[in-house]
Design a protein around this ligand. Structure first.
Ligand code: FAD
Length: 392
Protein backbone atom coordinates (compact mmCIF):
# COMPACT_ATOMS: atom_id res chain seq x y z
CA UNK A 1 0.00 0.00 0.00
CA UNK A 2 2.61 2.51 -1.06
CA UNK A 3 1.69 6.21 -1.28
CA UNK A 4 1.68 7.72 -4.76
CA UNK A 5 1.69 11.46 -5.44
CA UNK A 6 1.04 12.62 -8.99
CA UNK A 7 1.98 16.21 -9.85
CA UNK A 8 -0.07 17.56 -12.78
CA UNK A 9 -3.68 17.26 -13.82
CA UNK A 10 -3.62 16.48 -17.52
CA UNK A 11 -3.64 13.35 -19.64
CA UNK A 12 -0.47 11.85 -18.17
CA UNK A 13 -1.75 12.27 -14.62
CA UNK A 14 -5.21 10.85 -15.32
CA UNK A 15 -3.86 7.87 -17.24
CA UNK A 16 -1.33 7.09 -14.52
CA UNK A 17 -4.07 6.98 -11.90
CA UNK A 18 -6.35 4.86 -14.08
CA UNK A 19 -3.55 2.39 -14.85
CA UNK A 20 -2.53 2.14 -11.19
CA UNK A 21 -6.03 1.24 -10.04
CA UNK A 22 -6.62 -1.07 -13.01
CA UNK A 23 -3.46 -2.97 -12.12
CA UNK A 24 -4.58 -3.33 -8.49
CA UNK A 25 -2.77 -0.58 -6.62
CA UNK A 26 -4.71 -0.09 -3.36
CA UNK A 27 -2.55 2.52 -1.62
CA UNK A 28 -3.42 6.22 -1.32
CA UNK A 29 -3.10 8.32 -4.47
CA UNK A 30 -3.03 12.13 -4.42
CA UNK A 31 -3.14 14.26 -7.55
CA UNK A 32 -1.93 17.86 -7.32
CA UNK A 33 -3.53 19.75 -10.15
CA UNK A 34 -2.67 23.39 -10.77
CA UNK A 35 -5.69 24.12 -12.95
CA UNK A 36 -9.06 24.56 -11.27
CA UNK A 37 -11.03 22.89 -14.11
CA UNK A 38 -11.54 19.12 -13.96
CA UNK A 39 -8.91 17.43 -16.18
CA UNK A 40 -9.64 17.79 -19.90
CA UNK A 41 -8.16 16.61 -23.17
CA UNK A 42 -5.92 19.01 -25.11
CA UNK A 43 -6.07 17.86 -28.78
CA UNK A 44 -9.62 19.24 -29.25
CA UNK A 45 -8.43 22.71 -28.17
CA UNK A 46 -7.05 23.56 -31.62
CA UNK A 47 -9.82 21.65 -33.39
CA UNK A 48 -13.46 21.45 -32.23
CA UNK A 49 -13.10 23.69 -29.16
CA UNK A 50 -11.52 26.45 -31.26
CA UNK A 51 -14.16 25.88 -33.93
CA UNK A 52 -16.85 26.39 -31.27
CA UNK A 53 -18.55 23.01 -31.73
CA UNK A 54 -17.39 21.71 -28.33
CA UNK A 55 -16.72 23.39 -25.01
CA UNK A 56 -14.30 20.84 -23.58
CA UNK A 57 -13.62 17.11 -23.51
CA UNK A 58 -13.36 16.00 -19.87
CA UNK A 59 -10.93 13.19 -19.18
CA UNK A 60 -12.97 11.95 -16.23
CA UNK A 61 -16.72 11.46 -16.00
CA UNK A 62 -18.27 13.14 -12.93
CA UNK A 63 -17.62 11.05 -9.83
CA UNK A 64 -14.83 9.05 -11.43
CA UNK A 65 -11.99 10.20 -9.08
CA UNK A 66 -14.19 9.35 -6.09
CA UNK A 67 -14.95 5.88 -7.44
CA UNK A 68 -11.22 5.37 -7.99
CA UNK A 69 -10.65 6.58 -4.41
CA UNK A 70 -8.19 9.19 -5.59
CA UNK A 71 -7.71 12.55 -3.86
CA UNK A 72 -7.61 15.23 -6.56
CA UNK A 73 -6.58 18.65 -5.26
CA UNK A 74 -7.61 21.09 -7.99
CA UNK A 75 -6.17 24.60 -8.00
CA UNK A 76 -3.17 23.24 -6.08
CA UNK A 77 0.23 23.40 -7.77
CA UNK A 78 3.25 21.36 -6.76
CA UNK A 79 5.62 24.14 -5.68
CA UNK A 80 8.73 22.25 -4.52
CA UNK A 81 10.20 18.83 -3.91
CA UNK A 82 11.68 18.08 -0.49
CA UNK A 83 13.88 15.21 -1.61
CA UNK A 84 15.26 14.45 1.89
CA UNK A 85 11.83 13.99 3.43
CA UNK A 86 10.32 12.60 0.23
CA UNK A 87 7.52 15.14 0.24
CA UNK A 88 6.00 17.43 -2.35
CA UNK A 89 5.24 20.89 -1.01
CA UNK A 90 2.20 22.48 -2.63
CA UNK A 91 1.61 26.17 -3.32
CA UNK A 92 -0.39 26.55 -0.10
CA UNK A 93 2.38 25.06 2.02
CA UNK A 94 0.72 21.63 2.30
CA UNK A 95 3.08 18.63 2.39
CA UNK A 96 2.42 15.36 0.60
CA UNK A 97 4.61 12.43 1.53
CA UNK A 98 5.22 9.81 -1.14
CA UNK A 99 6.84 6.47 -1.77
CA UNK A 100 6.43 7.07 -5.51
CA UNK A 101 6.24 10.45 -7.22
CA UNK A 102 4.98 10.77 -10.79
CA UNK A 103 5.84 14.07 -12.48
CA UNK A 104 3.17 14.90 -15.06
CA UNK A 105 3.34 18.69 -15.14
CA UNK A 106 3.41 18.96 -18.94
CA UNK A 107 4.85 21.91 -20.81
CA UNK A 108 4.13 25.55 -21.54
CA UNK A 109 4.33 27.50 -24.79
CA UNK A 110 7.58 29.21 -25.70
CA UNK A 111 7.18 32.85 -26.62
CA UNK A 112 9.33 33.91 -29.61
CA UNK A 113 11.75 36.79 -29.00
CA UNK A 114 9.92 39.44 -31.00
CA UNK A 115 9.40 43.10 -30.15
CA UNK A 116 5.91 43.38 -28.65
CA UNK A 117 5.84 39.75 -27.52
CA UNK A 118 3.31 40.67 -24.83
CA UNK A 119 0.70 41.04 -27.60
CA UNK A 120 1.10 37.42 -28.72
CA UNK A 121 -1.41 34.74 -27.83
CA UNK A 122 -0.56 31.10 -27.28
CA UNK A 123 -2.78 28.03 -27.07
CA UNK A 124 -2.15 25.46 -24.39
CA UNK A 125 -5.13 25.42 -22.05
CA UNK A 126 -8.89 25.73 -22.15
CA UNK A 127 -8.88 29.43 -21.35
CA UNK A 128 -6.48 30.16 -24.23
CA UNK A 129 -8.76 28.24 -26.63
CA UNK A 130 -11.96 29.94 -25.46
CA UNK A 131 -10.38 33.42 -25.62
CA UNK A 132 -9.13 32.84 -29.18
CA UNK A 133 -12.43 31.27 -30.23
CA UNK A 134 -14.20 34.51 -29.25
CA UNK A 135 -12.05 36.47 -31.72
CA UNK A 136 -12.27 34.11 -34.69
CA UNK A 137 -15.42 35.41 -36.33
CA UNK A 138 -15.80 35.11 -40.12
CA UNK A 139 -13.69 37.81 -41.77
CA UNK A 140 -11.36 38.24 -38.76
CA UNK A 141 -7.67 38.54 -39.59
CA UNK A 142 -5.30 36.12 -37.89
CA UNK A 143 -1.53 35.75 -38.04
CA UNK A 144 -0.12 32.42 -36.89
CA UNK A 145 3.60 32.28 -36.11
CA UNK A 146 4.94 28.76 -36.57
CA UNK A 147 4.04 26.21 -39.23
CA UNK A 148 4.44 23.18 -36.97
CA UNK A 149 1.62 20.87 -35.95
CA UNK A 150 -0.16 23.28 -33.62
CA UNK A 151 0.23 26.33 -35.85
CA UNK A 152 -1.11 24.41 -38.86
CA UNK A 153 -4.11 23.23 -36.84
CA UNK A 154 -4.94 26.76 -35.64
CA UNK A 155 -4.62 28.05 -39.22
CA UNK A 156 -6.87 25.27 -40.56
CA UNK A 157 -9.57 25.78 -37.93
CA UNK A 158 -9.52 29.56 -38.36
CA UNK A 159 -9.69 29.26 -42.16
CA UNK A 160 -12.62 26.86 -41.74
CA UNK A 161 -14.38 29.55 -39.69
CA UNK A 162 -13.98 32.03 -42.53
CA UNK A 163 -11.05 33.97 -41.06
CA UNK A 164 -8.29 35.44 -43.24
CA UNK A 165 -5.16 33.66 -42.10
CA UNK A 166 -1.47 34.40 -42.65
CA UNK A 167 0.69 31.45 -41.57
CA UNK A 168 4.34 32.42 -41.04
CA UNK A 169 6.98 29.68 -40.94
CA UNK A 170 10.70 30.41 -40.54
CA UNK A 171 11.72 27.10 -42.13
CA UNK A 172 11.53 26.01 -45.75
CA UNK A 173 8.05 24.48 -45.56
CA UNK A 174 5.26 23.46 -43.15
CA UNK A 175 5.68 20.70 -40.55
CA UNK A 176 9.05 19.77 -42.05
CA UNK A 177 10.39 18.31 -38.80
CA UNK A 178 7.27 16.19 -38.39
CA UNK A 179 6.68 14.90 -41.93
CA UNK A 180 9.74 15.86 -44.01
CA UNK A 181 10.04 18.43 -46.81
CA UNK A 182 8.16 16.57 -49.56
CA UNK A 183 5.00 16.09 -47.52
CA UNK A 184 5.44 19.52 -45.93
CA UNK A 185 5.16 21.03 -49.41
CA UNK A 186 2.02 18.99 -50.09
CA UNK A 187 0.55 20.23 -46.83
CA UNK A 188 1.37 23.83 -47.72
CA UNK A 189 -0.55 23.32 -50.98
CA UNK A 190 -3.54 22.03 -48.99
CA UNK A 191 -3.50 25.15 -46.80
CA UNK A 192 -3.16 27.45 -49.79
CA UNK A 193 -6.10 25.60 -51.35
CA UNK A 194 -8.12 26.75 -48.33
CA UNK A 195 -7.00 30.35 -48.93
CA UNK A 196 -4.42 30.42 -46.11
CA UNK A 197 -1.59 32.82 -46.99
CA UNK A 198 1.37 30.53 -46.26
CA UNK A 199 4.68 32.41 -45.99
CA UNK A 200 7.74 30.23 -45.48
CA UNK A 201 11.41 31.17 -44.93
CA UNK A 202 10.41 34.37 -43.15
CA UNK A 203 9.63 35.25 -39.55
CA UNK A 204 7.96 37.88 -37.43
CA UNK A 205 10.22 40.52 -35.92
CA UNK A 206 7.78 42.92 -34.32
CA UNK A 207 4.17 43.23 -33.23
CA UNK A 208 2.70 46.62 -32.32
CA UNK A 209 -0.76 47.77 -31.23
CA UNK A 210 -2.56 49.97 -33.78
CA UNK A 211 -4.72 52.96 -32.84
CA UNK A 212 -7.88 50.87 -33.35
CA UNK A 213 -6.68 48.08 -31.05
CA UNK A 214 -5.48 45.64 -33.73
CA UNK A 215 -1.98 44.26 -34.23
CA UNK A 216 0.55 45.44 -36.80
CA UNK A 217 2.90 42.56 -37.60
CA UNK A 218 6.30 43.13 -39.26
CA UNK A 219 8.13 40.28 -41.01
CA UNK A 220 11.83 39.86 -41.79
CA UNK A 221 11.07 40.05 -45.52
CA UNK A 222 9.95 43.66 -44.96
CA UNK A 223 6.21 43.05 -45.38
CA UNK A 224 3.60 44.08 -42.81
CA UNK A 225 0.25 42.52 -41.95
CA UNK A 226 -2.58 43.85 -39.77
CA UNK A 227 -4.44 41.30 -37.67
CA UNK A 228 -7.09 40.99 -34.97
CA UNK A 229 -4.93 38.42 -33.19
CA UNK A 230 -1.44 36.95 -33.46
CA UNK A 231 -0.94 33.40 -32.23
CA UNK A 232 2.55 32.07 -31.55
CA UNK A 233 2.94 28.30 -31.88
CA UNK A 234 6.71 27.87 -31.84
CA UNK A 235 7.15 24.99 -29.42
CA UNK A 236 7.02 24.39 -25.70
CA UNK A 237 9.30 24.08 -22.71
CA UNK A 238 8.80 21.53 -19.95
CA UNK A 239 7.36 22.64 -16.62
CA UNK A 240 10.13 21.58 -14.29
CA UNK A 241 10.87 24.83 -12.42
CA UNK A 242 9.34 23.46 -9.21
CA UNK A 243 11.81 20.53 -9.25
CA UNK A 244 14.93 22.65 -9.53
CA UNK A 245 15.89 22.60 -5.81
CA UNK A 246 18.65 20.64 -4.07
CA UNK A 247 18.51 16.87 -4.29
CA UNK A 248 15.91 16.74 -7.07
CA UNK A 249 16.02 14.54 -10.18
CA UNK A 250 18.35 15.41 -13.05
CA UNK A 251 16.68 17.96 -15.32
CA UNK A 252 17.76 18.43 -18.92
CA UNK A 253 15.05 19.90 -21.11
CA UNK A 254 12.58 17.88 -19.03
CA UNK A 255 12.91 15.24 -16.35
CA UNK A 256 15.64 12.96 -17.68
CA UNK A 257 14.37 9.36 -17.65
CA UNK A 258 15.39 5.93 -18.86
CA UNK A 259 13.27 3.71 -21.13
CA UNK A 260 11.08 2.86 -18.12
CA UNK A 261 10.29 6.52 -17.35
CA UNK A 262 12.46 6.33 -14.22
CA UNK A 263 14.12 9.59 -13.21
CA UNK A 264 17.55 9.73 -11.58
CA UNK A 265 15.99 9.71 -8.10
CA UNK A 266 14.64 6.34 -6.87
CA UNK A 267 10.84 6.23 -6.80
CA UNK A 268 10.50 9.28 -9.05
CA UNK A 269 9.07 8.94 -12.59
CA UNK A 270 7.91 11.28 -15.33
CA UNK A 271 5.22 10.90 -18.00
CA UNK A 272 3.97 13.01 -20.88
CA UNK A 273 5.37 16.26 -22.22
CA UNK A 274 7.66 16.83 -19.22
CA UNK A 275 9.39 13.44 -19.62
CA UNK A 276 12.65 13.39 -21.61
CA UNK A 277 13.27 9.71 -22.00
CA UNK A 278 15.20 7.27 -24.12
CA UNK A 279 12.68 5.67 -26.44
CA UNK A 280 12.78 1.89 -26.10
CA UNK A 281 12.59 1.25 -29.86
CA UNK A 282 14.35 4.18 -31.51
CA UNK A 283 16.91 4.67 -28.71
CA UNK A 284 16.55 8.43 -29.17
CA UNK A 285 16.46 10.60 -26.03
CA UNK A 286 13.84 13.32 -26.35
CA UNK A 287 10.48 14.55 -25.14
CA UNK A 288 7.66 12.99 -27.16
CA UNK A 289 5.05 15.77 -26.69
CA UNK A 290 2.23 13.67 -28.10
CA UNK A 291 -1.04 12.28 -26.78
CA UNK A 292 -0.30 8.57 -27.29
CA UNK A 293 3.07 8.84 -25.54
CA UNK A 294 1.53 10.32 -22.36
CA UNK A 295 -0.92 7.41 -22.03
CA UNK A 296 1.61 4.75 -22.92
CA UNK A 297 4.22 6.12 -20.53
CA UNK A 298 1.55 6.15 -17.80
CA UNK A 299 1.14 2.40 -18.38
CA UNK A 300 4.89 1.89 -18.09
CA UNK A 301 5.07 3.87 -14.84
CA UNK A 302 2.13 2.05 -13.26
CA UNK A 303 3.85 -1.28 -14.01
CA UNK A 304 7.07 0.07 -12.49
CA UNK A 305 5.39 1.28 -9.32
CA UNK A 306 3.69 -2.07 -8.81
CA UNK A 307 6.82 -4.02 -9.70
CA UNK A 308 4.99 -5.80 -12.53
CA UNK A 309 6.75 -7.12 -15.62
CA UNK A 310 5.58 -6.58 -19.20
CA UNK A 311 2.50 -4.76 -20.28
CA UNK A 312 3.65 -1.52 -21.80
CA UNK A 313 2.66 -1.42 -25.43
CA UNK A 314 5.32 1.21 -26.15
CA UNK A 315 8.15 -1.28 -25.76
CA UNK A 316 7.52 -2.61 -29.24
CA UNK A 317 6.17 0.24 -31.26
CA UNK A 318 7.36 3.44 -32.89
CA UNK A 319 6.36 6.87 -31.57
CA UNK A 320 3.02 7.94 -33.03
CA UNK A 321 0.96 11.09 -33.33
CA UNK A 322 -1.85 12.45 -35.43
CA UNK A 323 -3.06 15.87 -36.52
CA UNK A 324 -6.39 16.96 -38.01
CA UNK A 325 -6.36 19.79 -40.54
CA UNK A 326 -9.50 20.43 -42.66
CA UNK A 327 -10.68 16.94 -43.63
CA UNK A 328 -7.09 15.70 -43.68
CA UNK A 329 -6.07 13.22 -40.99
CA UNK A 330 -2.27 13.19 -40.76
CA UNK A 331 -0.71 10.22 -38.95
CA UNK A 332 2.99 10.01 -38.22
CA UNK A 333 5.08 7.02 -37.11
CA UNK A 334 8.71 7.43 -36.09
CA UNK A 335 10.71 10.52 -37.10
CA UNK A 336 10.25 11.21 -40.83
CA UNK A 337 11.96 14.60 -40.50
CA UNK A 338 15.27 12.91 -39.65
CA UNK A 339 15.25 10.44 -42.56
CA UNK A 340 18.08 11.19 -45.01
CA UNK A 341 16.12 10.93 -48.24
CA UNK A 342 12.66 11.51 -49.70
CA UNK A 343 10.00 8.88 -48.95
CA UNK A 344 8.50 6.29 -51.23
CA UNK A 345 4.90 7.40 -51.70
CA UNK A 346 1.94 5.14 -52.39
CA UNK A 347 -1.37 6.66 -53.49
CA UNK A 348 -4.73 5.08 -54.24
CA UNK A 349 -8.16 6.06 -55.52
CA UNK A 350 -8.97 8.51 -52.69
CA UNK A 351 -7.91 12.07 -53.66
CA UNK A 352 -5.21 13.44 -51.34
CA UNK A 353 -4.72 10.13 -49.51
CA UNK A 354 -1.21 8.68 -49.36
CA UNK A 355 1.14 6.48 -47.41
CA UNK A 356 4.80 7.54 -47.32
CA UNK A 357 7.63 5.26 -46.12
CA UNK A 358 11.00 6.67 -45.02
CA UNK A 359 14.32 4.80 -44.83
CA UNK A 360 17.71 5.37 -43.24
CA UNK A 361 21.04 5.46 -45.13
CA UNK A 362 21.20 1.65 -45.14
CA UNK A 363 17.73 1.34 -46.60
CA UNK A 364 16.15 0.24 -43.33
CA UNK A 365 12.58 1.49 -42.77
CA UNK A 366 12.45 4.09 -40.01
CA UNK A 367 9.24 6.06 -40.30
CA UNK A 368 5.95 6.44 -42.10
CA UNK A 369 3.34 9.13 -42.68
CA UNK A 370 -0.27 8.69 -43.71
CA UNK A 371 -2.60 11.31 -45.16
CA UNK A 372 -6.11 9.87 -44.64
CA UNK A 373 -4.47 6.43 -44.63
CA UNK A 374 -6.35 5.12 -41.56
CA UNK A 375 -5.65 1.47 -40.86
CA UNK A 376 -2.97 1.23 -43.57
CA UNK A 377 -0.77 3.40 -41.36
CA UNK A 378 -1.86 1.98 -38.02
CA UNK A 379 -1.10 -1.56 -39.15
CA UNK A 380 2.54 -0.52 -39.41
CA UNK A 381 2.61 0.55 -35.77
CA UNK A 382 1.69 -2.73 -34.21
CA UNK A 383 4.73 -4.48 -35.61
CA UNK A 384 8.38 -3.76 -35.00
CA UNK A 385 10.43 -1.59 -37.32
CA UNK A 386 11.14 -4.10 -40.11
CA UNK A 387 7.40 -4.61 -40.64
CA UNK A 388 7.30 -1.13 -42.12
CA UNK A 389 8.87 -2.60 -45.23
CA UNK A 390 6.46 -5.38 -46.01
CA UNK A 391 3.10 -4.02 -44.91
CA UNK A 392 0.77 -2.32 -47.33
P1 FAD B 1 -0.71 18.37 -20.04
O1 FAD B 1 -1.87 17.81 -20.75
O2 FAD B 1 -0.21 19.72 -20.41
O3 FAD B 1 -1.05 18.39 -18.48
C1 FAD B 1 -0.17 18.93 -17.54
C2 FAD B 1 -1.00 19.49 -16.40
O4 FAD B 1 -0.14 19.77 -15.30
C3 FAD B 1 -1.71 20.80 -16.74
O5 FAD B 1 -3.02 20.73 -16.30
C4 FAD B 1 -0.92 21.84 -15.95
O6 FAD B 1 -1.70 22.94 -15.55
C5 FAD B 1 -0.50 21.02 -14.75
N1 FAD B 1 0.66 21.54 -14.03
C6 FAD B 1 1.73 22.20 -14.53
N2 FAD B 1 2.59 22.51 -13.56
C7 FAD B 1 2.05 22.03 -12.41
C8 FAD B 1 2.48 22.00 -11.06
N3 FAD B 1 3.65 22.54 -10.68
N4 FAD B 1 1.68 21.41 -10.14
C9 FAD B 1 0.50 20.85 -10.50
N5 FAD B 1 0.04 20.84 -11.77
C10 FAD B 1 0.82 21.42 -12.71
N6 FAD B 1 -1.07 15.28 -29.54
C11 FAD B 1 -1.39 14.44 -30.55
O7 FAD B 1 -0.84 13.34 -30.63
N7 FAD B 1 -2.31 14.80 -31.49
C12 FAD B 1 -2.93 16.00 -31.47
O8 FAD B 1 -3.75 16.29 -32.36
C13 FAD B 1 -2.60 16.92 -30.43
N8 FAD B 1 -3.19 18.12 -30.37
C14 FAD B 1 -2.84 19.00 -29.36
C15 FAD B 1 -3.43 20.26 -29.32
C16 FAD B 1 -3.06 21.17 -28.33
C17 FAD B 1 -3.67 22.53 -28.29
C18 FAD B 1 -2.09 20.81 -27.35
C19 FAD B 1 -1.67 21.80 -26.29
C20 FAD B 1 -1.53 19.55 -27.38
C21 FAD B 1 -1.89 18.64 -28.38
N9 FAD B 1 -1.34 17.37 -28.45
C22 FAD B 1 -1.65 16.51 -29.46
C23 FAD B 1 -0.35 16.94 -27.43
C24 FAD B 1 -1.00 16.26 -26.24
O9 FAD B 1 -2.20 16.88 -25.88
C25 FAD B 1 -0.02 16.32 -25.08
O10 FAD B 1 1.10 15.57 -25.47
C26 FAD B 1 -0.60 15.79 -23.79
O11 FAD B 1 -1.64 16.63 -23.34
C27 FAD B 1 0.48 15.69 -22.74
O12 FAD B 1 -0.10 15.37 -21.50
P2 FAD B 1 0.62 15.80 -20.16
O13 FAD B 1 -0.22 15.24 -19.05
O14 FAD B 1 2.05 15.52 -20.21
O15 FAD B 1 0.53 17.41 -20.14
Amino acid sequence: RSRVVVAGGGLGAVRTVEELRALGHTGPVTVLCEESEPPYDRPPLTKRVLAGTLDAVPLWAPGRPESLEVRVLRGTAAAALDADRREVVDGRGGRHGFDHLVVATGAEPRVPPVVGAELLRTIRDLRDAHALRDILAPGADLVVIGGGVLGCEVAATAAGLGCRVVLVEAGRTLMERAVGAVLGDRLAAVHRGHRVDVRCATSVTEVARTADGRCQVRLTDGTEVTADAVVAAVGVRPRTDWLAGRGGPVLDDGVLCDAWCRASLPGVYAVGDVCRWTHPVTGVTRREEHWSAAGEQAGIVAHQILGLPGGPVMHGVLPYFWSDQYDLKIQVLGRPGTAPGPPGIEEWDRPGALLARFHDDDGRPVAAVGFCAGARLMRLRTGLLPDLEGAS
